[in-house]
Ligand binder design. Structure first.
Ligand SMILES: Nc1nc2c(ncn2[C@@H]2O[C@H](COP(=O)(O)OP(=O)(O)OP(=O)(O)O)[C@@H](O)[C@H]2O)c(=O)[nH]1
Ligand SMILES: [Mg+2]
Length: 431
């Protein structure tokens, strides 16, 4: 269904009209959805629950309410329908009975799996990538973000068009079957390719402007907030720069980069708030958000924000580190900021309880003695909401920025002396 819709879209004559449709397409009015996840050999059930929780949050952010979760244990996904046929039947019955409009899979489906499932169950089917692209499309505000998202959408679509055609071709008997169908798809493919190169050109121009802007920022250290989505980067940005960046309890609240001048002590530096990372970030998005990520790549210092109240925070840290590696920003100086300590809780064990401790029994104090304490990066525990431990964090940021400042701009003979005076900052921070 979706592919068909896309095809209709790209055949549309008017470019502007088409672009608008492309971005505005699936506006979900809190439609009813179900989730489907598969446990494979290298996953356990706890992990699956965590992944499904995240998928449900993504679905909610996109505008769907989840009615039920379906899971299945498989040694390997079915090549035709991803899940087994019995499970597909069970889902079909549930969907019919409960008038479900959307099925969301946690994994990326191959084009033929998607097609077979839609044929079998007869409702709209989305995979994780599709869902994330959709959220980005709904949330992109500036023309820059919209251009990046549109590029990612077309890049997602293009191989699916190709492979879908290959699939049809095989059905029809292959070579020699050159009919009107193919011409149509060929035309659509050409239109998409043209559009992709147009968007790339457009982005190149913007990239150049942004690079110039970055170069014009003068001799100041640049720090960037990085971290998993929804950990509190924008909230921290607002607290540090007294600005008003949009923050909310949904995923990907921030798509556009915001840069603010921040002064700690007497030391001015630039702080960038940027898009959050997520597990299995679609590659199309990483690529088309290249210049947004340039802010991270070109930063002198990374402030890695972690939501320590989230039960999967360790996985999230790993995920962020992997993405940093992918964009080649993993060797920069970094500060680890463990946020949301106000929301942190743990199951304190009774003293006579001799069952082995799990991660759920670890207090903050004990966490600091794990890998966290041994980290080569300065580490601090804060709450961006209550501002607990802000003086400690500010001193830490100050020290790191100062180190970089001295090595970078040795002739910038300003005397920056550290002091923590909020009143002074109030005056300095209004840029
Ligand atoms: N309890 C608690 N909530 C917080 C804290 N910091 C941020 N939040 C909440 O966490 C949610 C996400 O905050 P954001 O600042 O939007 O997070 P972000 O990292 O910018 O998220 P994206 O832009 O979506 O990647 C919001 O509802 C904040 O109010 C904190 O220290 N404690
Ligand atoms: Mg944000």
């Amino acid at each position: 269904m979706i592919l068909f819709f896309f095809l209709k879209l790209v055949s549309c004559e008017n470019h502007k009209h088409r672009q608008k449709l492309m971005l505005d397409k699936k506006e979900h009015n809190y439609e009813k959805a179900i989730l489907v996840g598969v446990i494979t050999q290298n996953q356990d059930e706890d992990k699956l629950t965590e992944y499904m929780d995240e998928l449900e949050f993504l679905a909610f952010t996109a505008g769907a309410t989840v009615q039920k979760r379906f899971t299945q244990k498989l040694t390997q996904p079915d090549s035709k329908t991803f899940i087994g046929s019995g499970k597909a039947q069970e889902i079909k019955e549930y969907v019919k009975e409960n008038e479900i409009g959307t099925i969301i899979f946690d994994d990326e489906l191959s084009p033929s799996q998607l097609k077979n499932l839609e044929k079998e169950i007869e409702v709209k089917i989305l995979d994780r990538t599709n869902l994330i692209l959709d959220i980005f499309a709904q949330r992109a505000q500036t023309s820059y973000a919209r251009t990046q998202v549109e590029l990612a959408q077309y890049q997602y679509l293009l191989p699916r068009l190709t492979r879908m055609w290959t699939h049809l071709e095989r059905q029809k008997g292959g070579i020699g079957m050159r009919g009107p169908g193919e011409t149509e798809i060929e035309t659509d493919r050409r239109i998409i390719r043209d559009r992709i190169s147009l968007l790339k050109d457009k982005l190149k121009i913007i990239d150049k402007q942004m690079a110039t802007q970055r170069n014009n920022r003068g001799k100041v250290v640049r720090a960037a907030l990085v971290g998993y989505t929804n950990v509190g980067k924008s909230t921290l940005m607002n607290a540090l720069s007294k600005s008003d960046v949009f923050a909310e309890n949904k995923l990907f609240a921030t798509l556009d980069t915001t840069v603010r001048k921040v002064v700690i002590g007497n030391l001015p530096f630039l702080l960038t708030d940027t898009v959050g990372f997520i597990r299995k970030l679609p590659t199309q998005l990483v690529e088309s958000f290249k210049s947004t990520l340039d802010e991270v790549r070109e930063a002198d210092l990374l402030i890695h924000v972690v939501d320590i109240s989230h039960e999967s925070f360790e996985d999230q840290v790993e995920s962020v580190n992997n993405t940093l590696m992918e964009i080649n920003a993993h060797q920069k100086p970094m500060i680890m900021v463990f946020n949301k300590i106000d929301g942190f809780s743990y199951d304190k064990k009774d003293e006579d309880d001799l069952t082995p401790s799990t991660k759920k029994n670890i207090s903050l104090e004990e966490w600091t003695k794990t890998w966290m304490g041994k980290s080569k990066y300065p580490t601090v525990f804060i709450s961006a909401l209550t501002k607990e431990n802000f003086p400690e964090m500010k001193k830490m940021i100050y020290d790191e920025v100062m180190k970089i400042h001295i090595s970078r701009f040795p002739y910038n003979d300003f005397l920056f002396e550290y002091f923590d005076n909020d009143e002074e900052e109030e005056n300095n921070n209004n840029d």
